[in-house]
Design a protein around this ligand. Structure first.
Ligand code: NAD
Length: 483
């Protein structure tokens, strides 16, 4: 782990195995943190906040450090992309072309954002104690303090920078707990932070399991704010644990997003976009469009083309440029996904495509699973209701805009939604009526870092991105002067 600017073992000396999802072999030993390590890391972060130079430095100086960090990440793009691909089982094509560059962009973006962030002042004239007085009110953006940052395994480096960059840009210090399944790129990131000039204690990383590290970290009274990305049940547990201390909390949780294809859509674009929205990283993406709604008039034609495209996706070694779908994160997770499929079978749901474990002996050690497509009766069936977080799609037929809005909203989640249509009015009507934090029309995850990211309902609490991240990682202090 990384505490106070140095690589350290767990206080207990314990370690655990980091397993390569593509082969099932152990390829790293990771320090297994516990409460004593959380105590050490939060202590370092607290000292760095209360007495250290970072919260007292200028926005411009912090921005310089973040820009250096962005450069260091890009200089190591290939090594980091290989490491991330190996640890998370994510296709190297994606980690090299998207995740690592995006991690660098996050750092450079929040460097600019903090430099350009405006603070406000108000001037007025008011009577006070028998005289008219000038009043100058200044609103100072101050850092919140020590921030606990908790990240999942599906995009570890991207997620870590998405939280660390705004937290430290605003002058906070932090303790990050990466997923126990994918800690490696985050540990390297912490080293690069120090190399870029982040003072000791400002960025700390404690590795280990949720109940052993995450829980004491969230509950620690010296922690002022908690930013979490992960699953719905963990998000609820974290919100509950943070409540007694009235800590600031953001939660970015799961989804069961509707992807709606209207009958006037550009068919090829909608097919390609819908395949990407569902099967990128084998469906292990919070934004995955896991409920596909196709308007009746084009249902057969669209589905024939869609099945053809999905059938052509190549399942294989994530390090190979030829692979579209790598392995699932763990053997247990693949079994969980398979149990969802078995439940759908038991519920009598028709399978339009059945994904299997590949027969190629070269892939036998990995957690590979091909794409599955079900046609559930309605949204109440388990397969259409729960977040499977694997390559499993539910497809439905619909007739009208009102019907599809009602059905898209028949979920407790509300992360994202997608609509494919040639009619601007149809797209906007859908976007206005759908209950989701984000809606893309004729696109998937087209992202501008200035925009808000997050969901409603059980998909989360609060927003990240642009000024929303900086609002979370700052407290406005009013200073009022009468003269
Ligand atoms: P998870 O909830 O199991 O774990 C997330 C993190 O929380 C890990 O670091 C884990 O160790 C830690 N944790 C577990 N129990 C804890 C506890 N009791 N107290 C504190 N920390 C604890 O999620 P996961 O399986 O790693 O990730 C997949 C989930 O993340 C999916 O539900 C996915 O939708 C979601 N996700 C959401 C977004 C988003 O931005 N909305 C992005 C990516 C992933």
């Amino acid at each position: 782990m990384w505490i106070d600017g140095a690589a350290v073992e767990a206080a207990s000396g314990a370690t655990y195995d980091d397993v390569d999802p593509a082969s099932g072999s152990v390829f790293a030993q990771i320090a297994r943190g516990a409460a004593a390590d959380v105590d050490r890391a939060v202590g370092a972060a607290r000292r760095a906040f209360d007495d250290g130079p970072w919260p007292r430095s200028s926005a411009g100086d912090r921005a310089k450090v973040l820009r250096r960090l962005a450069e260091l990440l890009l200089a190591e793009r290939d090594e980091l992309a290989r490491l991330e691909s190996r640890d998370a089982g994510k296709p190297y094509r994606e980690t090299a072309e998207r995740d690592v560059p995006r991690a660098a962009d996050n750092c450079a973006f929040f460097a600019g954002a903090i430099e350009q962030r405006e603070q406000s002042a108000f001037f007025e004239r008011k009577p006070f104690l028998g005289a008219q007085r000038e009043i100058a009110s200044i609103v100072r953006d101050e850092p919140v303090g020590v921030c606990a940052l908790l990240t999942p395994w599906n995009s570890p480096l991207m997620q870590a920078t998405w939280k660390i960059a705004p937290a430290i840009a605003a002058g906070n210090t932090c303790v990050l707990k990466p997923s126990e399944l994918t800690p490696l790129s985050t540990l390297r990131l912490a080293e690069l932070c120090t190399q870029a000039g982040v003072p000791n204690g400002v960025v700390n990383v404690v590795t280990g399991f949720g109940p052993e590290v995450g829980a004491p970290l969230v509950a620690d009274p010296r922690v002022d704010a908690v930013a979490f990305t992960g699953s719905e049940p963990t998000g609820i547990a974290i919100n509950t644990a943070a409540a007694p201390g009235l800590k600031k909390v953001t939660l970015e949780l799961g989804g069961k997003s509707a992807n709606v294809v209207f009958d006037d859509a550009d068919l090829e674009l909608a097919v390609e976009g819908s395949v990407l929205a569902m099967f990128r990283h084998s469906g292990q993406v919070c934004l995955a469009g896991t409920r596909l709604y196709v308007q009746s008039r084009i249902y057969e034609r669209f589905l024939a083309r869609y099945l053809e495209r999905v059938g052509a996706l190549r399942v294989g070694d994530p390090q190979s440029h030829a692979s579209d779908l790598g392995p699932l994160i763990t053997a247990q997770h693949r079994e969980r996904v398979e149990r969802f499929c078995a439940q759908a079978d038991a519920d009598g749901v028709e399978a339009l495509l059945r994904g299997t474990r590949p027969s190629d002996p070269a892939l036998a050690g990995g957690n590979y699973l091909g794409p599955t497509i079900f046609a559930p009766r309605d949204e109440s069936q388990t397969i259409a209701r729960e977040e499977v977080f694997g390559p499993v799609l539910s497809v439905f037929r619909f007739d009208t805009l009102d019907e599809v809005v009602r059905r898209a909203n028949a979920t407790r989640f509300g992360l994202s939604a997608y609509a494919w249509t040639a009619n601007v009015a149809t797209g906007l009507r859908f976007a206005q009526a759908v209950r989701a934090g984000m809606c893309w029309i004729n696109g998937y995850f087209l992202r501008d870092l200035r925009q808000p990211f997050g969901g409603v309902g059980m998909s989360g609490l609060g927003r990240e991105g642009g000024r929303w991240s900086l609002d979370f990682f700052t407290e406005p202090k009013l200073v009022c002067i009468a003269y």
